[in-house]
Write a protein that binds this ligand. Structure first.
Ligand code: GCU
Length: 658
């Protein structure tokens, strides 16, 4: 299949680029030579002194392993880095600056703000029914596995994907779903290591480390043992053997990612052990190979009784892991979801951030739009990630914003960073919805440079992807930058997500779908009001998990912000929000407004037919039809539901289907 090449599709045709020179040739330099051909027109390899662009390996402490400098002097440009990997990043940066017309000045230095910048694939090799599919994937089948339950082994495709990842600074990838099914459990064995190695070696050329998701019960499933108890000697020996064999075949292998004791996945709890027992045992087997063990904190009781009002799913990450701070080995990283419940359109930040002071940690985001329109709706997530990175945990430490927490509070700073669930698949534009590419691109840019503005990232992607007039660029930027809040408007009011979405597949409204389910997300609406008390005074005490300053802020109705008020408090329909509106009027207004905005997006997009290539134009136009249909359903089902519960009409007398 021919693939759209995304943001790397154009070639630079700058007459100044008369030639380039590379000091030393090794594997990555070969990639650089290749990339020069891919990205630049007519730019031959020539001698130093005669070349416009020179690559230099240097030894500058401040650049670390991945940073680079682009320096201009009279007629030449020097790209320097301590490593060939850094040179590659610099080359991609130079390319992007050329295409977007950005002036990098006389000297441009760039060092990534996060050490590990990762994509987690939730790709299934074998889910008995779903070979080659992607859990929460909305862009076709897996790029790694075939529907027949085989590795795809498409080197060209993997190379193209590696290029994309590297061009936005991604340096780690896990290639199989964290829900590890039976056949995937065998990825760690000789049966599949050759295929894993092929993937590993392709990504390694682009400076990307490959990780596998593992099944905690592998000693039983793979090893035929009676137990997977992390303190059992046979279990330890099993893992040692497995790891030894992997590194023998793939010496630069990254390590393991694991979901344990969550949503039915096995874990140490079954043996009366805790997460530190499980994680440390695995980490010790990886240690001598410099392998890393990434342990997810998404652990909660998914079999809750809805009648029980004391259990609170939102408290689980903190309850399970805060008490284990300092107990993990130095090659263990805890991976913490940004929200305390899941990846909803808006949730407060997990209170675990800032609470861990002696544990390596990573943030986990979701690029794939599970709860945000499934790549059928435009929902550009960079603004929401920007807010997350800037969120102040208000702990009394020097830098208390989320973006500083991981590196500052991880004892081993090299083992900290950000991961996100990817959104690519076999669709020819990689992401299904053309505009969802902007999420993939924006994620990489933002986690490399945590200070980039959302406007800059957006403009860059638009310029790299289309040839737009300034006016069209502004219009599209406006759509992208408002789309997350628009999605929130017509779906989840005041922090009530995910209670209102259709269970299981999470697309479209089903207001009582989760209400009597075991999944722990409820809206509790009755004729008076809705929402859940998570305060100490009236509810589950969740607010107490934050720093003292934030605990007060969320506990106090006078300061608790509107945007997540129903996450923290139950309110009556007639209660006033800080905006001055009543709760019910806010619900009506946002749902009418959200739908109207989607209609405007559609109108704008259709007016840009001459500015956009045919394929992308049709791709988004078709999806906008579905977005309009679905947003209308959301608007009417939510408005009608709450009108029927409350009996309160819309102040503006708009149509609500009583
Ligand atoms: C969500 C999502 C699941 C996923 C899980 C996880 O619950 O719906 O598909 O497995 O998160 O993060 O592990």
């Amino acid at each position: 299949m021919t693939r759209d090449k995304c943001w790397l599709k154009k070639k630079i045709a700058n007459p100044a680029f008369t030639g380039y020179f590379i000091e030393k040739t090794d594997v990555i330099s070969e990639v650089i030579v290749q990339e020069m051909d891919n990205l630049f027109l007519d730019c031959p390899l020539v001698e130093k002194g005669k070349a416009y662009l020179t690559f230099e390996l240097v030894n500058h402490l401040v650049l670390g392993e991945e940073g680079f400098v682009l320096e201009k002097n009279s007629s030449t440009l020097t790209l320097s880095s301590n490593t060939t990997k850094g040179l590659l990043y610099g080359l991609f940066q130079l390319y992007m600056a050329e295409i977007t017309g950005k002036n990098l000045g006389e000297k441009f230095t760039s060092v990534p703000d996060q050490a590990i910048r990762m994509i987690n694939h939730w790709d299934n090799f074998d889910d008995s029914n779903f070979h080659g599919t992607i859990e929460r994937g909305y862009a076709g089948d897996s790029v790694f596995y075939l529907p027949e339950g085989e590795f795809r082994r498409d080197e060209q495709l993997l190379l193209e994907y590696a290029r994309l990842l590297s061009s936005i600074g991604i340096n780690a990838i896990s290639i199989n779903n964290v829900n590890v099914h039976k056949k995937e459990a065998f990825f760690i064995t000789d049966k599949h290591l050759k295929d894993v190695k092929q993937i590993n070696d392709i990504f390694a050329k682009y400076g990307i480390k490959t990780f596998l998701s593992i099944n905690f019960a592998s000693p039983k499933i793979v090893g035929g043992l009676e137990t997977a108890d992390p303190l059992d000697n046979e279990v330890i020996a099993f893992w040692e053997g497995i790891v030894q064999n992997i590194y023998q075949q793939i010496p630069d292998f990254g390590g393991f990612l694991i979901k344990a004791d969550a949503e039915g996945e096995p874990g140490p709890f079954a043996y009366g052990r805790n997460h530190d027992d499980g994680a440390n045992m695995l980490a010790r087997t990886l240690k001598k190979f410099e392998g890393i063990l990434i342990w997810r904190c998404f652990v909660y009781n998914h079999l809750q009784d809805w009648r029980d009002r004391t259990t609170d799913r939102a408290k689980a990450q903190y309850d399970n892991f805060a008490k284990l701070d300092g107990k993990f080995d130095d090659n263990v990283i805890l991976q913490i979801k940004n929200g305390p419940i899941d990846f909803n359109v808006r949730e407060p930040i997990s209170p675990l951030f800032g609470a861990l002071r002696a544990t390596n940690q990573m943030l986990e985001l979701q690029i794939t739009q599970e709860y945000t329109g499934q790549q059928k709706h435009i929902c550009y997530l960079v603004p929401s990630w920007r807010r997350i990175l800037d969120f102040d945990t208000k702990y009394e430490v020097e830098q208390s914003q989320i973006k500083d927490i991981f590196k500052n509070q991880s004892p081993n700073k090299r083992y900290s960073g950000i991961a996100a669930i990817g959104n690519v698949g076999m669709d020819s534009n990689w992401t299904g919805h053309k505009l969802a590419q902007a999420n993939f691109y924006g994620y990489g840019r933002l986690i490399w440079n945590n200070y980039l503005s959302k406007e800059e990232v957006t403009e860059d992607w638009l310029r790299l992807s289309f040839d737009l007039s300034n006016e069209a660029l502004e219009q599209l930027a406006e759509i992208l930058l408002t789309s997350w809040e628009t999605y929130e408007d017509y779906t989840a009011p005041l922090g009530l997500a995910p209670a209102l979405v259709k269970p299981n597949h999470h697309y479209g409204p089903d207001i009582d779908g989760y209400e009597y389910s075991p999944w722990g997300c409820y809206h509790y609406a009755d004729r008076e009001g809705l929402g859940q008390f998570r305060t100490v005074a009236e509810g589950t005490g969740y607010t107490q998990q934050y720093s003292p300053a934030l605990a007060d802020y969320y506990e106090n109705p006078a300061t608790c912000p509107d945007e997540t008020i129903l996450f923290f408090r139950r309110m009556n329909y007639t209660d006033k929000l800080k905006s001055g509106k009543t709760v019910i009027q806010h619900i009506y207004d946002t749902h009418f407004r959200g739908y109207e905005r989607v209609l405007e997006y559609q109108k704008t997009w259709l007016s840009l037919e001459n500015e956009i290539d045919e394929k992308s134009f049709q791709n988004v136009a078709t999806r906008l039809e579905e977005q309009v249909r679905c947003a209308r359903d959301w608007r009417d089902e939510i408005n009608t539901y709450f009108y029927r519960k409350s009996g309160i009409p819309d102040e503006q007398g708009r149509v609500i289907y009583a």
